[in-house]
Design a binder for this molecule. Structure first.
Ligand code: GAR
Length: 188
């Protein structure tokens, strides 16, 4: 059995896609969803998917008790699916090379603190980039810096808006994230 935990802060479209992708895979289980935002729609999605939700405050999240709780779950992989807090070093030590993040741009560009969600797309369009994309990478102690597993590209048109770019990026995320997760689970 492969055991996943999915961390979320927002809408939860990636969580939904990952859960649906593995719905008919009996040896892959999402054991819980960890959420730091009481207003996140992802909570509703998790409930509808029948996945337990563990809400965390900043204090809980960085506590030794939480790290231990996660260690006790004996996870194969932690998936950051739009999760916006930095992961404590203690948790990375428990799960080295077992935490994966998706970022909505081509790292190292448009990464680091403050670059998340629509802020990324606004910056990419404002800079008149001709390409953007997604980066799926392992998580290390430095924000948006871990080893890259996959990047997928998309072209911007001259009339691109942050919203239209977000839709393109969303497509890439839906297509690639579950597949990369499956590859990690099967082959690493
Ligand atoms: C996704 O686009 C993801 O790439 C981004 O947040 C969005 C979450 O959407 N992540 C980051 O910006 C991380 N720095 P979702 O909640 O609908 O899956």
């Amino acid at each position: 059995m492969k055991r996943l935990s999915v961390f979320v802060s927002g809408n939860g479209t990636n969580l939904q896609r990952i859960a649906e992708y593995f719905a008919n895979t009996p040896d892959v289980e999402i054991v819980n969803v960890v959420c730091n935002n009481p207003k996140a729609y992802a909570i509703e999605r998790a409930k509808n998917l029948g996945i337990p939700v563990r809400m965390v405050t900043k204090a809980t999240f960085s506590s030794p008790e939480f790290t231990q709780e996660m260690a006790n779950l004996k996870l194969d992989l932690i998936v950051l699916a739009g999760f916006l807090w930095k992961i404590p070093a203690s948790l990375i030590q428990v799960y080295p090379h077992q935490i994966v993040n998706i970022h909505p741009a081509l790292l190292p560009k448009y990464g680091g603190k403050g670059f998340y969600g629509e802020h990324v797309h606004e910056a990419v369009v404002a800079a008149k980039e001709t390409f953007s994309g997604i980066t799926i990478h392992y998580v290390n102690e430095i924000y948006d810096n871990g080893e890259i597993l996959l990047q997928a590209y998309v072209a911007l048109t001259e009339k691109e808006t942050p919203d239209s770019l977000a839709a393109k990026i969303h497509h890439l995320e839906q297509a690639y994230f579950p597949v990369v997760i499956e590859q990690i689970l099967r082959y690493t």
